[in-house]
Design a protein around this ligand. Sequence first.
Ligand code: MTE
Ligand code: LUZ
Ligand code: MOS
Length: 747
Amino acid sequence: MKNIDSALHTTGRSMYIDDLPVPEGCLHAAVFPSPIAHGKIKKLDIESARKAPGVIAVFTADDIPGQNQIGGIVQDEPLLAEGEVDFNGQPIAFVVAETREAAYEALRLIAVDIEPLPVVVCPREAAKKGMFIVPPRIFNLGNVDSVWRDAPHIIEGRADCEGQEHLYLETQGAFAVPKEDGAILITSSTQGPTAVQRTTAQVLGIPMHRIEVNVQRLGGGFGGKEDQATPWAVMPALASHILKRPVKLVLNRMEDMRMTGKRHPYSADYKIALSSDLKILGYEATFYQNAGAAADLSPAVLGRSLFHAGGSYYIPNVRATGFCCKTHLPPNTAFRGFGGPQAMYVIEAAICAAAERLKVDAAEIQRRNLLKEGDEFPYGMRVKNSEAVRCFSLCEERFGYKDARARVKAFNDQNAQFKKGLALMPVCFGISFTNTPYNQASALAHVYSDGSVAVSTGAVEMGQGVNTKILQVAAHVLSINPDRIKVESTNTTRAANTSATAASSGADLNGGAAALACRSILSRLLELAAELSGGPAEIKDEEIYSAGKKTGLTWKSLVHEALQRRISLSAQAQYATPGLSYDKSREKGTPFAYHVVGTAMIEATVDCLRGRYEIDSVQVVHDFGQSMNKIVDLGQAEGGIAQGIGWMTMEELMFDPNGKLLSNALSTYKVPDIYSTPKTFEVEFLSDSLNPAGIFNSKAVGEPPFMYGIGAYFALRDAIRAFTSTEKLPIHSPMTPERTLMALYAK
Ligand code: MTE
Ligand code: LUZ
Ligand code: MOS
């Protein structure tokens, strides 16, 4: 089955915030951002802006009827700055005017006097100064201190990775329409409709039932709209509530890049011990996470880093420590992988450094330490039904790793200017929100009198194809033609108390709920059919069978009969992932329903004269379980990998020392395009893998493939090392052409 949105997308008929008809009398908002990263607000003058042509109102913290507070995990972030600003671009006020143009004109009339305070942009500096968002968190397995004395090989070092701009095609935005009796309808581009609802209620000081949030679809989220779509919906809601008129706010690209948080940069120290036969005996990692100016989701992101500190490897003695460091950058947030990529990068850095020191192929160390059945993760869970070893071996065999090594060596021996590099990148990613209570979803299904079906869930469609999968679930459970089914928009009046569509669990959780709701309607219908046909009944392709024979009843006639007999044709259901529990005080438990694994082989060629390079090939064996939709899943894998390679190679965020974003447009922030996509790009589906913990034996796919991109960094490093034998090349991504050139000629 094709993605149900593909015809709409390719003909430009899909509707995003800016495509939806503007409500009658709609006003437009524009945000006034802090011009500096840290300081005390001495004076804020909005009087001339208020009097500007077309301006209806200017809102500041003083106009908030409820709490000026949007923090989720920690209540530490104001909607509008009050007294102090903590990052460049932080909203201080917003103008509401008859037109967007008038709102932007008026922004120029706002004057603010801010007394600058010292700016910290580096997480290690923040740590030195004791600037933490939450206390450090430590994961332990075995006794790592006991291995250092006798281990044959100990390698220590540092690894740094930088942030990443989400660059969803649709920028942040929402509009709010006042309804009868103080109610508000918000249409938002958010992954978390309930977060928007809850926060709006808190800021306005009204109950959540007054607020309905509706989401048609997103032009991409990638985690950037898990928490950070909220302020841009609360602002128009606040204005519409007070002015009693519809209000719309859509950020332009430069505003979006400047004002919103990104993937967290990490600086990390590692220490790894190996036996003489290359077994990892111990591993210690300390992560300095650059959280930015407020908590946002940073503590949860850091948690996921600790869960993934060991990567795809069994390590008997581990200590992983995470510091959530407060800096004066925009609060960093969820981004595909959610802290997993940073941690996997660090363990791969440690293995790479060890391989370089011991003059062995990193693949040797990787292969000998892969997670096997029954191995214990540092958080106490044990490996179950893992295909990690099989994927790694299949990847090596199918794509000829040994031959590729020999071919790369021969190439490098014969070429002075061009050097090739190779890397294997195994991935093991835990599926479930690490905060156990988030692992629930609900669905509401209606069968209409004509036999057509509508399904609502808490899942948000952001391009990942979750609506297609939910439709497939309903069609399969009901055994009816998919054309009969419509997946509705995501709406807080139809699915309440939802988790954000995130953690790759959208299809598992909401598909699970949709299956339950559909099954409950179907069981009522089949009970009726049994009564009518005098024996147990079942449905197959819209025909009703009893004792293996056609009854003459069909889906349509049965629906008709049920209505006559006043049998309910609607159902609501909740799905909660079974078997999860986690004890945060001990850092042990079962945080994940299952793991997703696979291995990528990546080859790169570096032009050692210019520092330019190409990623020649990416070849992957990935465990999709029983894929529900191979086209959708392949798209997720390829898109994720391209995004991962972008993070590791060309995407470079530049902040000046005062915390001002310099790469604030597509002219200064380079993202992967079709030309940088590997010429050879193969993703093989591991066959015959079953996953009873996933919907219809499938596996979550949204985030895990992103981390194959980390292999691009190490393939480039491998190529660079064929040119220069410099011992101490720092491990610091992204490996831009500039950094590559510097590395090639480093002394
Ligand atoms: N794919 C597209 N096209 N657009 C997106 O915004 N977000 C990713 C992934 N794939 C994203 C995407 C992220 S960060 C997650 S967590 C999952 O999709 C969320 O959807 P799922 O839970 O349904 O997989
Ligand atoms: N969001 C979240 C996530 O709140 N918790 C998680 O564990 C998570 N994991 C991946 C992506 N988003
Ligand atoms: Mo994805 S980072 O869980 O939105």
